[in-house]
Design a protein around this ligand. Structure first.
Ligand code: SAM
Length: 212
């Protein structure tokens, strides 16, 4: 079966999770097989995380869909992603923000920052910038961000990320060691912060100054 056909079956299967057509359509446009190591291409359209080297993973498609849904991403937004990994999640968000928006994605491991950049370029996205650094400190150069997506689990929500979130902004971040909860952080128009727990998740740890 062709990759596109497999992708359609996968995306159709995600509808049961209550994911909007907007997010599903964006995922339908991203060739996930470009974002996994060559020997795993055949597994690219199975709803599972896959190893990408350096003890890290590309997140499962349903998790990418849920994070994008919680973030309520619109066209033109500026988004910070902490944990580029393969670059796949950044590419899905790039589809959602369109040409007028931008994704800044920070990866701690130099080889993975290179991997993500190569994959994103190959897939043709021009509205994504990959930066190799400790993303637990955020990325002060381009703040504030309309949305922040953290794809590794932190001991608590890093203070710089709260500071760099725009008013009326939303952040999704896994929090906890062992037992992790996906937390949705909102900053209202006056700058007040609220927290809502979505549910249990499993992510690799955020390693860095405000991580483990
Ligand atoms: N979003 C990725 C994708 O679509 O493939 C999956 C990310 S993977 C689950 C988590 C990533 O977070 C890993 O690549 C890991 O190296 C990275 N990471 C961990 N701590 C980090 C930090 N302090 N700054 C930036 N990246 C970090």
């Amino acid at each position: 079966m062709e990759f596109e056909e497999r992708r359609k079956i996968l995306i159709d299967s995600l509808k049961v999770n209550g994911i909007s057509d907007r997010v599903l359509d964006a995922m339908m446009r991203v060739p996930r097989h470009f974002f996994v190591p060559e020997e795993l291409q055949d597994s690219a359209y199975i709803d599972l995380p896959l190893p990408i080297g350096y003890d890290q993973t590309i997140s499962a498609p349903h998790m990418v869909a849920i994070m994008c849904e919680l973030l309520d991403i619109s066209s033109g937004m500026k988004i910070l992603e902490v944990g580029s990994g393969s670059g796949y999640n950044a590419a899905v968000m790039a589809e959602l923000v369109g040409d007028k928006g931008h994704i800044y994605t920070v990866e701690r491991i130099p080889e993975l920052a290179y991997f993500a950049e190569k994959n994103i370029k190959r897939a043709g996205y021009k509205n994504v910038t990959v930066i190799q650094d400790d993303g637990s400190c955020g990325l002060a150069e381009h703040e504030p961000y309309d949305r922040i997506s953290v794809t590794s689990a932190a001991p608590e929500v890093p203070r710089p990320l709260i500071e760099q979130l725009a008013t009326e902004g939303i952040m999704a971040i896994p929090v906890g060691n062992g037992e992790q909860q996906l937390v949705v952080v909102k900053k209202d128009i006056e700058g007040s912060i609220s927290y809502k727990v979505w549910g249990g998740v499993i992510f690799v740890p955020l390693i860095g100054k405000y991580g483990y």
